[in-house]
Ligand binder design. Structure first.
Ligand code: NDP
Length: 327
């Protein structure tokens, strides 16, 4: 038996609770991992609270991030004792995830834990941080350089936003944070933001084009915020879109794209091919200051993860939440 959060949905309703789970119930897979830490991402918040249709099979163990040690393996690439990390691939949605003491997974989904990180640090980065790095890599790939001007980061005090600010500022970019929490301004500046702007300045319907300001953007909010950012991005600037914290719609015009040559890049972490994941993790090892990672992370127990997921959905959680599944 092992401990884990189990999400159930039946005539009694939708609910998540810490349960004792029989190992025989673990799903199919060629690698069994003793989980050390998992984390809470926006998607885990949706899954645990039931606020979004993330879980596709019941019962489900949530947790889209896993860091731990291989306990058993039928996969030639992994042996007992290997330290591994996993992000996405539908884990915690269609396949049992990391918010439990054990997980059985496909070896192809795993990435060796970079030597630079402990298990705690790997999930402190987690899907949110690795997605932030995919956004940074996309900005670089499309030629955005620190000298080109300001990079705007929305949902700044959340997980993706916090890591994006820390990485971009270390790389020498001037970062402008957009947040709905003015009380987090000092935190955002400590992470490396040069200025903090109020969320409400971006969230109302805007004009097709505005004054050019941003050389690049990392947007986790979507909806009017993403439309307004595209409308105020400089000639040939690059906007990376990875989230929907403010809505799934995109009420925009084509004006920024056809008149200013703005590039809108979609970022997906879940099915991102393995070679790109490996690059993202190598770059995180190089370009994320561990002291800033400490600043943006706090840890909770497995049982505490359930109420914390509700706080995350209410936009009250700062940075990243690590879950110690053995506590
Ligand atoms: P968090 O909950 O940690 O952060 C989201 C932040 O968005 C909040 O902290 C808040 O920041 C802001 N926010 C919340 N609600 C609203 C709102 N109604 N309007 C405007 N801003 C809002 O989530 P994550 O950082 O883990 O994820 C952020 C987004 O990115 C989510 O939509 C998630 O689904 C998506 N995502 C996508 C991935 C992909 O592969 N494409 C991977 C990972 C995440 P503040 O208080 O500073 O304004």
């Amino acid at each position: 038996m092992f401990k884990g959060i189990l999400i159930e949905k039946d005539d009694a309703g939708y609910r998540a609770a810490v349960k004792e789970i029989d190992e025989a119930q673990l799903p199919e897979g060629d690698v069994t991992v003793r989980v050390e830490r998992s984390s809470l991402n926006y998607k885990d918040g949706l899954a645990i609270t039931g606020k979004g249709p993330v879980v596709r099979k019941f019962p489900m163990v949530p947790g889209i991030d896993i860091a731990g040690t291989v306990e058993a393996s039928d996969n030639p690439d992994y042996k007992v004792g290997d330290r591994v990390v996993l992000n996405g691939w539908g884990v915690g949605e269609t396949h049992w995830g990391g918010l439990a003491q054990k997980a059985r997974l496909k070896g192809d989904w795993l990435v060796p834990l970079p030597d630079a990180f402990t298990a705690q640090q790997a999930v402190a980065i987690g899907t949110a941080g690795y997605t932030a790095m995919l956004c940074v890599l996309a900005l670089e790939k499309h030629g955005v350089k620190p000298a080109d001007g300001e990079i705007v980061v929305t949902g700044a005090a959340g997980g993706v936003g916090s890591v994006a600010i820390a990485v971009l500022s270390k790389l020498g970019y001037t970062v402008v944070a957009v947040s709905g929490r003015p009380e987090e301004a000092d935190y955002l500046k400590q992470l490396g933001a040069s200025e903090v702007l109020e969320r409400s300045a971006f969230s109302a319907p805007g004009k097709p084009l505005g004054k050019e300001r941003w050389a690049g953007a990392v947007d986790v909010v979507g909806s009017h915020t993403l439309a307004n950012i595209c409308a105020t991005t400089r000639y040939r600037g690059v906007v990376t879109a990875c989230g929907l914290a403010g809505g799934m719609d995109l009420p925009a015009s084509v004006a920024p794209f056809i008149l200013r040559g703005v590039t809108l890049v979609g970022i997906d972490s879940v099915m991102c091919p393995r070679p790109e994941r490996l690059v993202a993790w190598q770059r995180l090892a190089r370009d994320l200051d561990p002291a800033k990672l400490g600043l943006l992370t706090h840890e909770v127990s497995l049982a505490e993860a359930i109420p914390t997921a509700a706080e995350l959905m209410d936009g009250k959680v700062r940075g990243r939440v690590v879950v110690d599944v053995n506590r």
